[in-house]
Design a protein around this ligand. Structure first.
Ligand code: 5GP
Ligand code: MN
Length: 338
């Protein structure tokens, strides 16, 4: 059984599908289940209809408790699994984690994790390559490419290096992936109403702290006015970060039950500590949180705390690259032996 997080992004679904399809090729019986739907811009992914949505039924609970092994990809915390979380933790199955987030919870039996990995997709690629690289077919390659491309902002974020590009080159070659088509399917499939919402959102960007902190707010009213929905807000936060001198960007999204906050920072600044301070978590440069209550309060609270976290990153907290070196030497050895 392979499971990923709430509101699954490209890395989540791509990693889940790649691992699932690979294990099937290895003769395993695989089920893939999530709490939330595959978003419209990922539904074109080959075999994405294999992912079932948890509805709390007895049949599904039995499938979870009857599984030999549950692999969690792209999140390391129970509350990011939504309704599935309880069923997973109560299952007697062996629980494995494949992930690149900091601070995994304690309930996993075994882990393949590296915080400095560009994406969970990169880790899944390493696993597949170590076991049977020839099994990377067009479907697996498309899922892996999508995972890595989306989590690296199209190969430009700080964890992108030569190793990532070599992995991607191998994926493209083995699977005959057409990068342009994948990019087009994911990023050039906006609705007009979504783009109009973006226009209004950009209009509402505010800068504080001498232009180093930028934020924007999207309300339910703005969604209604534009005729847009929540999926249309994907990527909005990155526009704030594209402003000169802005080092930290906050995106507030009003929901029926509270406020979703997306936090992003440029290299050299970190938002994970701020995210944790408001009850969320994530990576140094990309984090999120969900806070109960009123939009105005959430904005005020986050803006009051943010300046404390605007200082440059403390290098001593950076993860060492020893593990990366170890793995790439293992992979190189494998290549030589072939
Ligand atoms: P996004 O802003 O794209 O929703 O999330 C960015 C990153 O922040 C995710 O990859 C995930 O690591 C983390 N994240 C998002 N929402 C939450 C949340 O509610 N709680 C925690 N702990 N982490 C979150
Ligand atoms: Mn990820």
């Amino acid at each position: 059984m392979i499971i990923t997080h709430l509101k699954p992004d490209g890395d989540a679904i791509g990693s889940q599908l790649a691992l699932g399809l690979f294990l099937e090729k290895q003769g395993k019986r695989v089920a893939m289940m999530n709490t939330d739907d595959v978003s419209p811009n990922l539904q074109w992914l080959p075999q994405s209809d294999r992912v079932t949505i948890f509805d709390g039924s007895m049949v599904q609970r039995e499938a979870i408790s009857g599984a030999d092994c549950i692999v969690i990809v792209d999140t390391n915390s129970q509350n990011r699994l939504g309704g599935l979380g309880d069923a997973v933790l109560n299952s007697p199955a062996v629980k494995l984690l494949v992930d690149h987030h900091p601070g995994p919870e304690k309930w996993f039996d075994a882990k393949y994790v590296r915080e400095s990995a560009s994406s969970t997709g990169e880790l899944v690629y390493e696993i597949i390559s170590a076991i049977d690289p020839d099994s990377i077919d067009s479907e697996i390659a498309t899922a892996l490419y999508t995972a890595i491309m989306t989590d690296t902002g199209s190969f430009r974020y700080s964890h992108v290096n030569a190793t990532v590009h070599r992995a991607v080159a191998d994926i493209i070659e083995r699977g005959g992936v057409k990068p342009e088509s994948v990019h087009d399917a994911i990023f050039d499939s906006r609705s007009l109403s979504g783009l109009r919402l973006l226009g209004r959102a950009l209009d509402s960007i505010r800068l504080t702290e001498d232009g180093r902190l930028g934020y924007l707010v999207v309300t339910q009213q703005m969604l209604r006015d534009a005729g847009a929905d929540r999926d249309d807000t994907e990527g909005f936060v990155n526009y704030i970060l594209s402003i000169e001198n802005v080092c930290v960007a906050l995106f507030f999204f009003e929901t029926d039950s509270g406020v979703k906050i997306s936090l992003r920072s440029k290299a050299g600044y970190r938002v994970d500590q701020l995210a944790r301070a408001i009850g969320g978590g994530g990576h140094q440069n990309a984090s999120g949180a969900f806070v109960d209550g009123d939009l105005q309060d959430a904005v005020e609270q986050a803006l009051a705390l943010a300046p404390k976290y605007l200082g440059p990153t403390d290098e001593s907290t950076e993860v060492s690259d020893e593990e990366v070196a170890l793995l790439s030497s293992l992979m190189e050895e494998k290549q030589r032996n072939k």
